[in-house]
Design a protein around this ligand. Structure first.
Ligand code: SF4
Length: 440
C-alpha cells in the first residue's frame, strides 16, 4: 500500500503527473512577464479600454475604430486593447490576429496589453506577457492555463452557469490589469457584445462603477455577427474565426457547432487530442463529465469521417501516458431549490502502467470485497473499471426530501493527470453522509 504522506511516493506521483502533462504539451517555457509597476509607468491612464477577445466581434470593433475615425470620439492614444489568454486558443484564430490585427495596431501605434494567469488562485497574480504600441507577437500561453486547471482537477469546463471558466480565467486577469493601468481614473470599457446580445450588455452594465462605464459599440452600431464578419472581410480580405478554447463545451452544444469543431479538429489533430484527453480523464472520475451534454466527444469523433489520425494519436497517448489508481469520494448535499451541492476528495493511491494499475485495482477490490463495474450504461464509450466501496442511495428522493447528504466512493484508474485534492466542503459533507449511512 502506498500513502501520500511518504515523500518518496509523493515524488513518484509527481513524476507521473509531470510526465502525463508533458505528453499533452502542457509543460512549456515560462512566458515573459513585465512587472505591473512597469506597466503602470508605461503611459498615462487610458480613457478607453477594449477587452479584446481575438474573435470576430471584438476584432470588428478594433478594426472599425482604427480605420474609420468618424465612429469614435476619442484619440487612438487614449485607447488600450487588452487580451486575457486562457492558453489554448485555436491556431487559426491566432494566425489571423497575428497577420492582420497586430500590424494594424502597430501601424496606428495603439497600445496592446496581453495578460495571463500565474496560478490557480487570485493570490498567485497575473503575468503581463506583452505591453507595446508596436505589437508583433502574441504571448497568450501563460504559466497556468485553463487546460492546466482542468487536468489538475480532473474535470472539463462546465456549461451550467454563466461561463464560469471565462469569468475565472479572463475576468480576474483583465480586472487586475485594468485597475492597475487606469490608476483610479474614470474609463470607458468597450466590450464586443453583438447587436443580438442586449441581455448580456444589460447584465454587464450592472458592473458599472463611479470609474467604469461599460459601452457596447456593436450594439450602438446595430451590428450582428454577420455584419462584423463582413466588415473584417472587407478590411482584411479574409474570413475571421470565432475565438474559443479548443476544448470549449459551448462550441459543442449545437449541431452546427459540433460540425465546425470536428472540422477544426481534423485540421488540428493535436487540439483534438487535448480535448479527448481532457474528457477521458474527467469521465474516468465522473462518467457524466463529458464535453457534450449527455454524450461524449469520443463518440462523436468515432462517428465522424476524417478523424482517424486524431483517434490514432489518442490511442497512442493512452498507451504511453503514466496511469494512476485513484480513490474518488463524492458527496451530494441537497439544496432548497431541489438541486445538489457537490463536493469531492480525490487521492492518488499509486502510479504506473495501465496494466499495473488495473492489477492494483483488482487486488484492492478483492481485499475490500468490493464489486468492480465496467463502464456506465448511459455512455457507450465508457469502459472504465470502477471498484465500488459505496454507491449512492438508490432511494435518492427520500434522502433529498429529508435534506440528507448522500455520498459515493469508488476506486478507478485513469491517466495520471489529476492531482490529489480535497474540496473545502468535502470533510463536513462526508461526515454528514457517513453519519446517516451508519444510522441506516
Ligand atoms: S472559450 Fe469556452 S472553455 Fe474557454 S473560457 Fe470561454 S467558455 Fe470557457
Amino acid at each position: 500500500m502506498t500513502g501520500v504522506l511518504d515523500p518518496a511516493v509523493d515524488a513518484e506521483h509527481q513524476w507521473a503527473l509531470d510526465q502525463a502533462r508533458w505528453l499533452l504539451g502542457l509543460h512549456r517555457r515560462q512566458p515573459p512577464s513585465i512587472p505591473l509597476e512597469q506597466v503602470i509607468r508605461a503611459g498615462p491612464p487610458p480613457r478607453v479600454v477594449l477587452s479584446y477577445g481575438l474573435g470576430v466581434d471584438s476584432s470588428a470593433i478594433a478594426a472599425r475604430l482604427l480605420t474609420d475615425p468618424s465612429v469614435r470620439d476619442f484619440a487612438l492614444e487614449d485607447l488600450v486593447l487588452i487580451t486575457a489568454g486562457t492558453g489554448q486558443e485555436w491556431p487559426a484564430t491566432l494566425d489571423l490576429v497575428s497577420r492582420h490585427m497586430l500590424p494594424l495596431l502597430a501601424r496606428h501605434r495603439v497600445r496592446y496589453v496581453q495578460v495571463t494567469r500565474r496560478g490557480p488562485t487570485e493570490a498567485d497574480g497575473v503575468d503581463v506577457t506583452a505591453d507595446s504600441r508596436q505589437p508583433d507577437q502574441l504571448h497568450l500561453v501563460g504559466r497556468w492555463t485553463l487546460a492546466d486547471e482542468m487536468f489538475d482537477a480532473g474535470t472539463v469546463p462546465r456549461t451550467c452557469g454563466d461561463r464560469l471558466c471565462s469569468q475565472h480565467f479572463k475576468a480576474f486577469a483583465l480586472d487586475t490589469v485594468i485597475a492597475a493601468i487606469t490608476q483610479g481614473q474614470p474609463y470607458r470599457h468597450l466590450i464586443g457584445y453583438s447587436a443580438t446580445e442586449l441581455s448580456r450588455a444589460k447584465r454587464d452594465a450592472r458592473y458599472n462603477t463611479d470609474l467604469r462605464t461599460g459601452e457596447y459599440p456593436l450594439i450602438t452600431w446595430n451590428m450582428g455577427r454577420a455584419q462584423a464578419q463582413l466588415l473584417l472581410e472587407q478590411t482584411f480580405h479574409e474570413k475571421f474565426c470565432k475565438s474559443a478554447c479548443t476544448y470549449c463545451p459551448f462550441a459543442l452544444s449545437t449541431e452546427d457547432g459540433r460540425a465546425a469543431t470536428v472540422a477544426q479538429f481534423i485540421a488540428e489533430p493535436h487540439a483534438g487530442l487535448l480535448a479527448l484527453a481532457m474528457e477521458f480523464s474527467a469521465t474516468c472520475l465522473n462518467p457524466t463529465q463529458g464535453l457534450i451534454n449527455s454524450r461524449r466527444l469520443l463518440t462523436l469523433l468515432k462517428q465522424s469521417p476524417g478523424t482517424e489520425q486524431m483517434l490514432a494519436l489518442f490511442t497512442e497517448y493512452l498507451a504511453s501516458v503514466p496511469w494512476a489508481l485513484y480513490d474518488v469520494r463524492r458527496t451530494f448535499s441537497p439544496r432548497v431549490d431541489g438541486r445538489f451541492n457537490h463536493a469531492r476528495a480525490l487521492r492518488i493511491l499509486d502510479t504506473g502502467s495501465r496494466v499495473a494499475m488495473h492489477t492494483q485495482l483488482r487486488t484492492r477490490a478483492q481485499a475490500a470485497h468490493a464489486a468492480i463495474s465496467v463502464g456506465d450504461p448511459r455512455f457507450p464509450d465508457d469502459q472504465h473499471p470502477r471498484a465500488w466501496m459505496r454507491r449512492r442511495d438508490p432511494v435518492d428522493h427520500a434522502r433529498t426530501a429529508a435534506a440528507v447528504t448522500d455520498a459515493e466512493h469508488f476506486l478507478t484508474i485513469a491517466p495520471a493527470t489529476a492531482s490529489s485534492k480535497t474540496g473545502p466542503a468535502f470533510p463536513g459533507a462526508w461526515r454528514n453522509a457517513s453519519q446517516l449511512h451508519l444510522a441506516i
